[in-house]
Design a protein around this ligand. Structure first.
Ligand SMILES: [Zn+2]
Length: 544
């Protein structure tokens, strides 16, 4: 028993430590030989001197001229153009003229990769609770600085395919610049791939959070990135929810590509806190580590000269498994995997019932127990997040509660829920059969959700498929193998894989949804826990 406890503790610790490094960001690089966050910061210090929204006409022009000068310095005066539109040409209630900047680094083929960031900052126009004007240091200084670093690195190179660097105007008030650029068909017909660079926070990992639809080829291409951080859960949700970045305008004309943003520090987003003192060089370096290899791949391989190269036929399911380890597979395959798992699941239940190690009534009871746990944790999540918003005197929404200091309470509530569920399992599920029943109920429910999402929102399916897969593997090995070492490995892998997937996902969802989404966090936690908790108890009882 003591030995079992030691093994479980060790595996938990290793899993937890690994999970904390999945969203790890790189050290900033200085010097001119590679993408440098230090150089990027020097551009941002100029860009973010003053708020430069469309209505800050003077500061807006200063930023426009600074960017134009830098682009001309890096790619040559002849390769930089302004794309100017009067307010009337833009229409759609636009009150100011719009001026995009386009830098071209020509390759042998005119087909190019287009990098996009917006140079206007957020003005006073905003959602409730937002405080004044932003300096635009992260949003979208991170994007502009990333583009300038790439202009610097590639401006004098001989390329197979071209690079188009587009700095858009009027993003914050209506995506005006991107909308006008998307109508420039002579340019757009040459664009094979788009990378939009955004910020919805100031620190942490730069997530690749959105793709074009049918992203099979896009994801194969994204695998070239160093330190990729992306979850198909996000890209899937983004395709069904309305969203507003420049990228939306290019998707609307059928372009392929990806969208990046940092998410941590949502409290600073669109406020005066988005200023130079709050920039994070690791985050900027992380944009570069991902985007530069994509540009390098695109401009050095003649196959991308086909402007329709990235048009796909299906989506991929993908996620970060371990630090720097990115897993991706076609969604069609996900459905096949799922049915294989369902067959194994049913086969295992039939076997256990025939061997009299499992009663169907017990399984049904466990399913009821699980449903109770899910309802209770969702209610706890809803109540606790509303309570926090109430005490913070801010409006509550499932996806946005603008409040500082919610990290620790959220962490404590999640740990409390986990301990509470563990306590209930220990108190009410005495026998091995009870625990196996609960684990089967958890696997069954996750499989149900994996199947449903597999058909309607395939990018989300891994969130349920992986726990079910790990759970089935544990139970099959435990059932058919007598060796205690193998039994330990069977349950340890369950703890390991589920922890390294669950922890970064919960953290990322917390960043994206804020504490308003606590009920969603607790729902996911409970679904994982329904397999992980009985697995831990079964491991503790090995050899008993
Ligand atoms: Zn922005």
């Amino acid at each position: 028993m003591k030995k079992n406890l030691a093994v479980v503790s060790l595996v938990s610790l290793v899993s937890l430590v690994l999970s904390l490094f999945v969203l790890y960001t790189p050290q900033p690089v200085s010097g001119d030989s590679a993408f440098s966050a230090v150089n990027a910061a020097s551009y941002i210090s100029e860009i973010s001197r003053d708020p430069h929204s469309l209505s800050d006409e003077e500061a807006h022009e200063v930023v426009h001229d600074y960017l134009k000068d830098k682009l001309e310095e890096f790619v040559g005066v002849a390769n930089v153009q302004e794309m100017n539109y009067t307010a009337e040409q833009v229409g759609d209630d636009c009150e100011y003229p719009i001026s995009n900047l386009l830098a071209t680094i020509p390759g042998t083929s005119e087909t190019g990769i287009m990098l996009v960031a917006h140079y206007d900052s957020r003005g006073h126009i905003g959602r409730s609770g937002e405080l004044g004007r932003s300096y635009g240091a992260a949003d979208d200084g991170y994007g502009l600085a990333t583009l300038l670093e790439i202009a610097r690195l590639y401006g004098n190179r001989t390329l197979s395919n071209s690079i188009y660097i587009l700095m858009t105007d009027g993003e914050e008030v209506g995506l005006y610049g991107a909308r006008m650029a998307a109508q420039e068909t002579a340019l757009m017909d040459k664009v094979g791939f788009i990378i939009n660079v955004e910020a919805r926070g100031v620190q942490g990992a730069a997530y690749m959070f959105e793709t074009s639809v049918n992203n099979d080829k896009v994801i194969d291409f994204y695998k070239n990135a160093q330190m990729p951080v992306s979850y198909s859960l996000a890209t899937a949700v983004y395709t069904v929810m309305p969203n507003y970045t420049d990228f939306t305008e290019f998707l609307a004309i059928g372009k392929q590509g990806v969208n990046f943003a940092v998410l941590d520090g949502l409290y600073y987003y669109h406020t005066p806190f988005d200023n130079y003192t709050n920039i994070h060089l690791n985050s900027i370096q992380h944009y570069g580590e991902q985007i530069v290899p994509l540009v390098e791949e695109f401009v050095t391989d003649a196959q991308y000269a086909d402007v329709d190269f990235f048009v796909g036929t299906h989506n991929q399911v993908f996620f970060n498994l371990l630090p720097g380890v990115f897993v991706a597979y076609p969604d069609t395959l996900a459905i096949v995997f799922n049915f294989i798992l369902i067959a194994l699941f049913i086969g295992l239940i039939v076997f256990l019932v025939m061997k009299k190690q499992l009663r169907l009534l017990g399984l049904l009871k466990s399913f009821g127990f699980l449903m109770g746990g899910i309802v209770a944790s969702v209610l706890v999540g809803l109540f606790a997040s509303k309570l926090m918003a109430f005490f913070g005197k801010v409006p509550w929404s499932l996806t946005y509660v603008r409040m500082q200091g919610t990290e620790l309470p959220t962490l404590l509530i999640m740990l409390g829920t986990l301990v509470g569920l563990g306590f209930l399992v220990r108190k009410f599920l005495k026998t091995k059969e009870d625990k196996v029943s609960l684990m089967l109920a958890g696997i069954g429910f996750n499989l149900l959700l994996a199947t449903a999402t597999g058909f309607i929102l395939s990018g989300a399916s891994f969130l349920f498929f992986i726990p079910a897969l790990c759970g089935i593997v544990s139970l099959i090995l435990d059932t058919f193998v007598k060796n205690t070492m193998v039994k330990h490995m069977a349950f340890s892998q369950n703890l390991l894989w589920n922890t390294v997937i669950l922890v970064p996902i919960l953290f990322s969802l917390f960043l994206a949804l804020t504490v308003g989404g606590l009920l969603a966090l607790l729902l996911i936690l409970t679904l994982f826990a329904s397999i992980m908790i009985p697995s831990v108890f079964l491991q503790l009882e090995i050899g008993k």
